[in-house]
Design a binder for this molecule. Structure first.
Ligand code: CDP
Ligand code: MG
Length: 717
């Protein structure tokens, strides 16, 4: 069928059981055209950088030839677009102390540039740091580079990685991949980053809060190292697409270099009308492609989060087994942050001959990782991201529309190796209404973690040299919160209190470090450590869509009448009592994510170490849960909600109306007063991660907050 014509899942006339099962909204796509994201670029031509080329670029076929599968690693390296330019690039890196490198995703920036620098012995073979916004990317890229580096060395030797709670480096490590958050932590101990001779801030276009702060930190470290005649620091900023002028200006008009990639035309299709249910529309669109496309044409679907992705994967797996569905066998892979690394590896492996691979991913696959063989992209047009509203004090995890820039990145994934197709599950007018660029995280996130880290560096956020400044309102809110948590005496102070200094030692949100630091007072450090570790890791509960009821039944015995945090504590306590040999079976029987719970254990032992360094005694409350609930409240007193009327909860802080999230084990019950860890907004606002508390405790535990912030329970007023 012509891709431009109208279609329904199983053909226009067929109303088979497939469409019944899926209940698909037929998705109609309008006219096809070839995508051309607008951009400004500076090209690396034969005679060097030659200024800004202001013409719009198309997904043009530039010296294109596709990578052959199964060629050896060194051959693959030579096939990357960046390879031909490596000598010129090395020369530029030698010449300039700061350099911005732009190239399409998949060109080889992340994996190759550190190796080129290392091989060329730039900076006398000092240590190179390369930051990644996501831990998944930091780990997978380090593994890949270790493999490419060869010499029988594994990751952790010459090439290593360091992400929160996981350090895989050694004395031998010269190329170190780390999350931007980790490098920021390292800067607290080593303000001039003297351990490194080169710092590469990668994926700069993502503009995460940590990368934005690092821009200022490395800029200052470089200046001071030069002034003090210490070993110089080379800074390289790498990005897929970005407003380069702005960034270059910030780095004292530094040199920008654009490496032309190989991209092929991408045929774009928009839906004729908007769709309410983008997930179903994605599944329908997949089957439309599946019926006609050759088996080696792989498909990449962009959705927003784990639950959605697993449910979509489940639907596809069920439907392909249906004898009435035409098309080759399908290998369904998923990609999201919370996933076990074994499954992540599967994403990069080619499917067997004659089988189609479909990868269902969050925005990780937008620019952080590159998957070979993708010929079709289905873009839901949505992304899940965290947004903080300083006026309401609410931090929301919200599914929202992507920006046009993200839409172009997503479509580009279809044109890496040959001509491709991108189905946008939104209309052209919806696309026109999308924001051009995404708002940098620093302008939409809760700043209290970063504020305390900067204070640990002796810097007040108001005086920090930001690329884009956060609003004064969010800075004030962050300092207000730090004051209430006891980390600073005054909101204009640049000194941390002794409690604040201890808080800054934990790689945690200050609210969580406060919980740990109060725990001895309530005699429950063991339990607080477990709960905070559980909250700092991915969920340990498995809820496969096809066995939801079974999973809930199997875990029924862990349910605590005090809510979710204490239920999780019960799971962890029982896990610790199970002998090592029986763990796997136990996890399987109770639908517990074995890898995640082992990770929680690791996190817990690291947090315990920091507690020891902060001179904490260690204590346990046994079954005295009031102590633990009070301790949780000591950090989360700004996250209290009260039952308002039928099922509705009002947050005490800013009086927002919310509901209990269906995943909570309080769902269907109505405790009078709760603390929550998160607010999630879909069609309504939901509280997630709950513990019930006694309303009398609030004024006892957070007297300043209740007194000065006019925080009142309705019952009392
Ligand atoms: O950073 P950039 O997007 O420019 O590219 P890269 O991450 O260095 O990837 C270069 C190539 O290495 C990609 O085209 C992938 O085919 C390959 N790669 C891989 O196979 N497995 C990884 N974990 C990372 C990269
Ligand atoms: Mg990269």
């Amino acid at each position: 069928m012509d891709p431009d014509s109208k279609y329904s899942l199983n053909g226009k006339t067929d109303t088979s059981k497939i469409s019944m099962k899926l209940k698909p909204t037929p998705v109609y796509f309008g006219n096809k055209h070839v995508g051309s994201p607008p951009a400004k670029r500076i090209r690396l031509s034969e005679n060097g950088t030659n200024g800004i080329a202001k013409k719009a670029i198309t997904f043009g076929n530039i010296n294109g030839h596709s990578l052959k599968p199964k060629v050896n690693l060194q051959e693959q390296r030579k096939n990357l677009p960046i390879y031909e330019k490596r000598n010129k690039l090395i020369e530029l890196i030698k010449q300039h102390n700061t350099l911005i490198v732009l190239a399409e995703t998949g060109s080889g920036k992340t994996t190759q540039i550190p190796q080129y620098i290392n091989a060329a012995r730039i900076m006398e073979n000092g240590k190179i740091a390369i930051t990644q916004p996501r831990r998944v990317a930091a780990i997978s890229v380090a593994m890949r580079v270790a493999q490419e580096y060869g010499s029988g060395m594994g990751v952790g030797d010459y090439v290593g990685y360091s992400v929160r709670f996981e350090d895989c480096t050694s004395k031998k490590t010269k190329i170190k991949f780390l999350t931007d958050g980790m490098l920021l932590r390292e800067a607290i101990a080593d303000r001039l980053l003297l351990e490194y001779t080169v710092v590469i801030l990668d994926e700069a276009h993502e503009r995460t809060i940590h990368t934005d702060v690092l821009f200022g930190i490395v800029k200052k470290a470089q200046r001071i190292r030069t002034e003090r005649h210490l070993s110089p620091l080379k800074i390289i900023i790498m990005s897929a697409t970005m407003d380069v002028d702005h960034l270059s200006k910030y780095f004292n008009n530094c040199q920008v270099v654009f490496i032309e990639g190989r991209t092929f035309p991408v045929n774009m299709y928009y839906t004729v009308k908007p769709h309410d249910n983008y997930q179903t529309a994605c599944v329908s669109t997949f089957f439309k492609i599946h019926r006609t496309a050759p088996p080696d044409h792989d498909v990449l679907i962009f959705l927003t989060g784990q639950e959605e992705i697993e449910s979509c994967a489940h639907q596809i797996r069920v439907l392909v087994k249906d004898p009435e569905v035409e098309g080759p066998p399908v290998k369904v892979c998923t990609l999201y942050a919370a996933q076990p690394s074994t499954q992540q590896v599967a994403v990069f492996q080619p499917a067997p001959i004659g089988t189609r691979k479909v990868v269902i991913s969050t925005n990780i696959a937008e620019t952080s990782v590159t998957i070979s063989g993708i010929k079709y992209v289905i873009d839901s047009g949505m992304v899940k991201s965290r947004t903080f509203h300083p006026s309401t004090g609410m931090e929301l995890l919200k599914v929202q529309r992507i920006s046009q820039e993200q839409a172009w990145q997503r479509s580009g994934r279809a044109g890496r190796e040959s001509e491709g197709h991108c189905y946008r599950i939104y209309s052209r007018s919806q696309f026109e209404l999308m924001k051009k660029n995404s708002t940098p995280e620093i302008q939409r996130a809760n700043l209290n973690s970063v504020a305390i880290q900067l204070l640990a560096l002796g810097i007040h956020m108001l005086h920090f040299d930001f690329l884009d400044k956060p609003s004064n309102e969010s800075i004030e809110t962050a300092f207000e919160q730090l004051k209430l948590l006891g980390a600073i005496e005054d909101t204009d102070s640049i000194a941390l209190t002794s409690l604040g200094k201890k808080m800054s030692k934990f790689p945690l949100d200050p609210r969580f470090s406060r919980i740990l630091l109060s725990a001895d007072k309530y005699g429950c450090l063991e339990e607080a450590l477990t709960v905070v570790s559980l909250l700092s890791s991915e969920s340990i509960l498995l809820n496969p869509p096809s066995k939801r009821e079974e999973a809930l039944d199997a875990r029924q015995k862990f349910n605590s009448g005090y809510g979710d945090h204490l239920t999780l504590l019960n799971v962890y306590r029982e896990f610790e009592n199970i002998g090592q040999n029986n763990r796997k079976t136990w996890c399987h029987e109770h639908f517990i994510h074995m890898r995640n719970i082992l990770y929680v254990r690791e996190v817990r032992s690291q947090l315990q170490e920091i507690c020891k360094k902060c001179d904490m005694r260690g204590s346990s409350c046994g079954s005295e849960m009031d102590q633990l609930r009070k301790c949780l409240l000591s950090g989360l007193f700004m996250n209290v909600a009260e039952l308002h009327r039928d099922r509705q909860y009002i947050t005490l802080d800013k009086r927002q109306v919310t509901l209990i999230h269906p995943s909570s084990n309080f769902h269907g019950q109505q405790p009078h007063c709760v603390i929550y860890t998160e607010v999630v907004q879909t069609t309504k606002c939901y509280l997630r991660g709950l513990t019930s508390i006694d309303s009398d405790w609030l004024s006892e535990i957070a007297p300043e907050y209740t007194r000065n912030h006019n925080v009142k329970f309705q019952r009392d007023s």
